[in-house]
Design a protein around this ligand. Structure first.
Ligand SMILES: O=C(O)C(=O)CO
Length: 327
């Protein structure tokens, strides 16, 4: 799947800055050995302690789960920095304008994340809530799900993840609509049987399931608000697997309480995690998972590989597989 082979043993001392190893926002322990094949790893703490000695030598930063934070101060302290290699596809946590003003490239890992993130949109078991609730004594006869088979799925954002979602939906014989800035090629539409909706409102009105798979940008912030929710069918479900801020969360709570839409399945929220007393955690017609779209053994490993491949390409003046360009 990767565009070029990772060459082992090409150490760019010290190639990588990592804020933490292990823990909630650190590189996985199991990836450390692999990273060390290509780079000398140093933590943010080690960098801060030996800044004088290290700052000129560092050419790349590996970002994992939004860490380390790439701010002006860090950029100013790394005069030879060439690349910020993000492990993950979304780069809304990076200030692309600021980073590019330092002549530093940004890369991401669109290939590694698409399968696992597409998978999270399906197979979430609403019955789990009933099965695990303290007062459940029998099978839930008062709760009926709706079938995805032959239902209409509206995909908002038809990038690589959106397209993988469509491939899966085809297997469920779903009627697939999509909205995207740019229309996909005719043969790509045909392959998954997807119909383009230039107007997002058409998609919202017709879909039984609306799945959000866009990048978070100023244009997509609160893309789904009160008006858009009101356009959806009262029987429809909203599924968000991209970024929480794409949805106006207050409007969503209101819509779920009033029955404007039937349900929501959210792998992302804002903030993450939600405060423990947040209304979204109390509603019965919501399923929430804690941003686990890429939390699989395979995806995390591929993300690390893809991020390293990008970093090595920049450092060795090779074509960069996945550069994120600031427009
Ligand atoms: O790839 C991404 O953008 C992610 O959200 C990873 O968790």
């Amino acid at each position: 799947r990767l565009h070029c082979n990772l060459r082992s043993g090409t150490k760019n001392l010290p190639g990588v800055l990592i804020s933490e190893i292990g823990g909630a926002f650190g590189v996985l322990e199991s990836h450390v050995e692999f990273l060390k094949k290509h780079f000398t790893l140093i933590t943010m703490k080690e960098f801060q302690e030996n800044q004088k000695e290290l700052s000129e030598k560092i050419k790349s930063v590996f970002v994992f789960e939004r860490q380390p934070i790439i701010d002006r101060e860090l950029l100013e302290s790394l005069p030879n920095l060439k690349v910020v290699g993000n492990s993950g596809v979304g780069v809304n946590h990076l200030d692309l304008k600021l980073i590019s003003s330092f002549g530093v490239k940004v890369t991401n890992t669109p290939h590694a994340v698409s399968d696992s993130t597409a998978d999270i949109g399906h197979g979430i078991n609403a019955g789990h809530f009933i099965a695990t609730s303290p007062d459940t004594t029998h099978f839930a006869v008062d709760w009926l799900g709706v079938e995805v088979t032959r239902a209409t799925l509206g995909i908002i954002g038809m990038g690589s993840i959106g397209y993988q979602v469509a491939k899966r939906a085809k297997a469920f014989h779903m009627n697939i609509l999509y909205h995207n800035r740019n229309r996909r090629k005719e043969e790509e539409e045909k392959e998954v049987g997807a119909t383009y909706c230039k107007n997002m409102e058409d998609l919202l009105q017709q879909s039984d399931f609306v799945m959000l798979v866009v990048n978070l940008t100023p244009e997509t912030q609160k893309l789904i608000g009160k008006r858009q929710l009101e356009l959806m069918k009262p029987t429809a479900t909203l599924i968000n697997i991209c970024r929480g801020a794409v949805v106006d969360q207050d409007a969503l709570v209101d819509a779920l309480q009033k029955g404007t839409i039937r349900a929501a399945a959210l792998d992302v929220t804002y903030p993450e995690p939600l405060p423990r007393d947040h209304l979204l955690l109390k509603l019965k017609n919501v399923i929430i998972t804690p941003h686990i779209g890429t939390a699989t053994v395979q995806a995390l490993r591929m993300m690390t590989e893809e991020a390293i491949e990008n970093i090595l390409a920049v450092l060795n003046d090779l074509p960069i597989p996945s550069e994120v360009i600031h427009k």
